[in-house]
Design a protein. Structure first.
Length: 328
């Protein structure tokens, strides 16, 4: 980005922070294992934000100890605000530089490069599932789409907290007791991943204020449904959907499904990065245990959600969970 454009972005960001009375700005990124690392900066002391700040790359597993200085530079295009009882906070995703150049092993850089090479417009819808706990146990005894739980009120508080920064399409109770789901609007791949990092942060902040502990573990309880992060992919070219036409899958849609099935085992290393991830993948609880696809089978790796007249515009990849690095 040209220097002038960078300065304009910085001025716009600080104007937004001042307008909403933001005192603190959190600059965050994910390490290779999916842990969110962050530094909270007092806005009044955050001059020259574009220059970024140093971080110890060895302590977060990204660089050798002999040469471990990373530069964390805020991507101001990701600036979002959220409201808590303490006030309004700013949140921005940081890019990682080494020697003045993008760190080649930083997954966000890799995803941005790959997404930028796509000859079509790709969007990703995310189903973000998690449990709400009290004293280490599910916070309620409700089930799928049950109304009236305290957790639903909490999720509405989350949606209100991020209003203006993230469009939350819907919230609902999932199948497990104390299990919930947030559905943000579909976005391009990098923005969708940024949104997941942001929403996880806000859910933890809002839940903590209300005496709940959220967990995004894929399988926190034996015998209860696991929590996934199903991804709904769509693609358009010249404004026309590529994966289905008139309720029927297209050749492009079938090819995309074929790629997911062919490389399912390799993809699992990226989408299911913890030992706990594989405790979720068991029969009988709507987890994807078969390398197959179908229109309604929630035990399949890939599902094609149906619209009113056949195949919808998206292809659902049911393998991922929210515990690893989102950008991978």
């Amino acid at each position: 980005m040209p220097v002038l454009a960078c300065r304009e972005a910085e001025e716009k960001a600080f104007s937004m922070l001042r307008e909403h009375g933001v005192k603190y700005l959190e600059v965050a990124f994910q390490d290779l294992e999916g842990r969110t690392r962050s530094r909270i900066i007092k806005v009044s002391a955050a001059a020259h934000l574009l220059n970024g700040f140093r971080a110890d790359g060895f302590s977060i597993g990204l660089l050798p100890v002999e040469s471990s200085d990373l530069q964390v530079v805020p991507d101001l295009s990701t600036l979002r605000l959220y409201r808590t009882r303490r006030g309004v906070f700013g949140f921005v995703i940081g890019d990682l530089l080494y020697g003045g150049e993008p760190l080649p092993t930083y997954p966000r850089h890799l995803l941005r490069e790959i997404a930028g090479q796509a000859p079509v417009e790709v969007k990703v819808g995310v189903e973000l599932e998690f449990y709400l706990l009290r004293d280490g146990r599910p916070a309620d005894g409700h089930g799928y789409w049950d109304a009236g739980s305290q957790g639903l009120d909490l999720l509405l508080d989350v949606a209100d907290a991020v209003d203006g920064s993230v469009e939350v399409h819907s919230v609902h109770h999932e199948a497990g007791p104390g299990q919930y789901e947030l559905l943000p609007a579909p976005q391009d791949p990098v923005s969708a991943a940024d949104t997941v990092v942001f929403l996880k942060r806000v859910v933890k902040a809002v839940a903590g204020e209300r005496g709940f502990t959220p967990t995004f573990m894929p399988k926190p309880f034996e015998g209860l449904p696991g929590s996934g992060m199903h991804l709904h992919f769509s693609a358009e070219k010249n404004g026309e959907p590529l994966f289905s036409r008139e309720g029927e899958l297209t050749g492009e849609g079938r090819s995309f499904i074929g790629g997911l099935l062919k490389y399912a085992r390799e993809l699992a290393a990226l989408t299911n990065q913890t030992v706990n991830s594989y405790k979720r993948l068991v029969p009988g609880l709507e987890a994807p245990v078969y390398i197959s696809w179908g229109p309604g089978n929630r035990s399949a790796l890939v599902r094609v959600p149906l619209s009113g007249n056949g195949a919808g515009k998206t292809i659902e990849f049911r393998l991922p969970d929210a515990c690893g690095n989102i950008y991978l």
